[in-house]
Design a protein around this ligand. Structure first.
Ligand SMILES: Cc1cc2nc3c(=O)[nH]c(=O)nc-3n(C[C@H](O)[C@H](O)[C@H](O)COP(=O)(O)OP(=O)(O)OC[C@H]3O[C@@H](n4cnc5c(N)ncnc54)[C@H](O)[C@@H]3O)c2cc1C
Length: 425
């Protein structure tokens, strides 16, 4: 099928975190955008999410003006207390390379907020209740998408650029024949929201071990999300009574919360199989953002930040070429490179932990050093919040400095222990 002329500069499929952010930023650059969303309900939201938005997304949220809107909805500025077997590590205030906080806000608030912001942004045509069902190429490039409304009427949207922001399953990527690469996740995941849990001064808490990870995230309206991820061998036991098993697991942690003393709000949610998954972030005429490009183990709470940031990178790479009405595929390749360069190390590290392995020696050193010294704690949180990458975090000099901190402290401890004996001799 050949359709004459462009209907929009950019056609974005999916009006959730990644799609709304991309659409708003494209439109603010002066481009026209079709934003296609299969759900007709303006209040629709993603249900499977514990909505810890990492601080690495703060600059994008500020650009979108959403930081103030999130705070107006009661969004909690998130900072983390992290427990490992070396003790508690406390995330501090803003530091170089670390904006200091992200937000905890339920998706039932965040998603409608984003969609309303997109719907009122000049230049965006929001096609709610439209599903992308077809895709066509011309000259080797993705040249148009077809969408169907709920009455069954078809419409063809032809853009200079097409964007799949349609989530992990990404029908658009499937239509374009972009394959997903997957690696095993050896753990399952359960969570629920509670009212009446100790809010820990608004600070999120995470207990990290080799077997699994648990956390509590205080949210707006006095709610706290409690979650755990554990090896699949424990699943039959857990599934027999997920609510009791979740409570048991968290109560057994150092300073762990007592869920049975709080009121559960909403269902206990869980899923048993979520491989880590990635796709090429761009092919000629089409870019993927958010989960469509990369969807990793949710326990790290990276998905929303990766969605917001990848949307921003795409607009930064392509807006000028689109405004100049010139070719955009070179700009698309530059977006894909930035996506890979920034996120591949995180994705690799997350996927390797998801296999259920033991901690590696460098990881043990970094955790121990972080528990001993605020400098190392700062670097650990800069990495965990994805403000710095794996190669910077694990740089040989940083590792050597962390190892020196650990050794010095251990030797000092040993000397203290031996001291009285030496005196006695
Ligand atoms: C259990 C769990 C917990 C999580 N916890 C966290 C967390 O604490 N912090 C965090 O940052 N991330 C978390 N995530 C990940 C996070 O939810 C995702 O990374 C994030 O929602 C990705 O946003 P997105 O916009 O790319 O995709 P989605 O939010 O999945 O949105 C895709 C959109 O595309 C639309 N769509 C799909 N197909 C079509 C079509 N054919 N036509 C039109 N529209 C279509 C959908 O209706 C939807 O609106 C969690 C995920 C899970 C599963």
């Amino acid at each position: 099928m050949v359709i004459q002329g462009f209907t929009h500069d950019v056609v974005v499929v999916g009006a959730s975190v990644a799609g709304c952010a991309a659409a708003i930023l494209f439109a603010r650059s002066g481009l026209t955008v079709a934003l296609v969303e299969r759900d007709p309900d303006p209040a629709a939201y993603k249900r499977l999410c514990t909505h810890y938005i990492q601080s690495s997304a703060l600059p994008v949220l500020e650009r979108l003006g959403l930081d103030r809107a999130i705070e107006a909805c009661g969004g909690v500025r998130n900072r983390l207390d992290l427990h490992t077997r070396w003790g508690w590590i406390r995330e501090g205030e803003a530091a170089p390379g670390h904006p200091g906080h992200g937000y905890n806000l339920r998706r039932s608030r965040l998603d409608p907020l984003l969609r309303a912001r997109a719907a009122t942004t000049p230049g965006i045509e929001l096609l709610a209740g439209h599903t992308a069902t077809g895709l066509g190429r011309e000259g080797g490039r993705v040249a148009w998408l077809s969408v169907r409304d709920r009455q069954g009427s078809e419409r063809t949207l032809r853009g200079r650029l097409h964007v799949g922001a349609d989530g992990r399953a990404s029908p658009v990527a499937r239509l374009a024949g972009i394959e997903a690469r997957q690696t095993e996740n050896a753990r399952f995941f359960y969570y629920a929201a509670y009212r009446g849990l100790d809010p820990n001064g608004g600070r999120s808490r995470m207990w990290m071990g080799e077997a699994g990870i648990s956390y509590t995230f205080p949210n707006e309206d006095g709610l706290t999300i409690a979650a755990t991820t554990l090896p699949k061998a424990l699943l039959p036991d857990f599934k027999a009574d997920p609510e009791a098993a979740l409570a048991r697991t968290l109560a057994a942690l150092p300073d762990g919360p007592n869920l049975t003393a709080a009121e559960r709000v909403g269902p206990v949610m869980g899923f048993v199989d979520m491989p880590n998954q990635g796709r090429a972030a761009a092919v000629p005429g089409l870019a993927l953002v958010g989960d469509a490009a990369l969807s990793v183990d949710p326990v790290w709470g990276t998905g929303c930040a990766f969605a917001l940031r990848s949307a921003e990178w795409l607009v930064a790479a392509t807006a000028d070429a689109l405004l100049a009405r010139g070719p955009v595929d070179r700009a698309l390749r530059s977006y894909a490179r930035r996506h890979r360069r920034t996120l591949a190390g995180h994705a690799w590290h997350i996927a390797s932990y998801a296999r259920g392995r033991r901690w590696w020696l460098p990881e043990r050193i970094m955790f121990e050093a972080a528990a001993l010294d605020p400098h190392h704690a700062g670097r650990l949180f800069a990495y965990a919040s994805r403000n710095i990458g794996l190669t910077e975090f694990m740089a040989p000099t940083a590792l050597a400095r962390a190892a020196a901190t650990v050794l010095r402290t251990r030797l000092a401890g040993r000397r203290r222990r031996l001291g009285p004996r030496i005196e006695a001799v």
